[in-house]
Design a binder for this molecule. Structure first.
Ligand code: HEC
Length: 139
């Protein structure tokens, strides 16, 4: 009986650690889904800046920060430091958006979004490849 309980307990630990692991490391599919969400969130951000909706802007920026933190971890895990660096650039640009939002400075917020988009473009140039059925990570 004790042995059975113990086996069940060990099983539970194995299951829960694999759930934690899957939250930590993105798969390539998660990555593609995240990129699509990122694109939508950037257009939300532009809309909030146009409308001067600062609290909503902060919420959307927070979402992007969490995506890019995962993107950075994804590339660090693959040992691709240059790509992880572009994710860090994106995070730095998001800090600028946050500062502009706190100052309710619309032109500065727009500039920071341009800096952010430059980091998207730079990483895509180096690490994204177009195939007949969409984009993929350059092998
Ligand atoms: C660290 C590198 C990196 C950064 C930074 C980055 N991307 Fe990507 N992105 C990629 C790679 C690699 C792919 C191709 C793999 C894939 O689609 O799963 C991709 C794919 C995409 C796709 C999917 C294309 C499609 O429709 O199939 C979109 C949309 C996208 N990125 C938007 C963005 C936007 C917007 C930003 C900036 C706010 C950004 N990305 C920043 C690396 C990056």
């Amino acid at each position: 009986m004790i042995r059975l309980l113990l086996a069940g307990f060990v099983g539970l630990i194995v299951v829960s650690t694999s759930i934690v692991a899957s939250q930590d490391a993105m798969t390539e599919e998660d990555y593609d889904a995240a990129m699509k969400e990122i694109r939508f969130t950037v257009s939300d951000i532009q809309g909030h800046i146009d409308a001067r909706y600062w609290p909503e802007l902060d919420t959307a920026v927070g979402r992007l920060q969490s995506y890019f933190t995962q993107v950075e971890a994804f590339w660090t895990a693959r040992g691709t430091a240059a790509a992880a660096g572009f994710a860090q650039d994106a995070l730095a640009a998001l800090e600028e958006v946050t500062a502009a939002s706190a100052a309710e400075d619309q032109p500065a917020a727009r500039d920071a979004v341009k800096t952010l988009q430059a980091s998207c473009g730079a990483c895509h140039m180096e690490f994204r490849e177009e195939t007949p059925d969409g984009f993929r990570i350059k092998p």
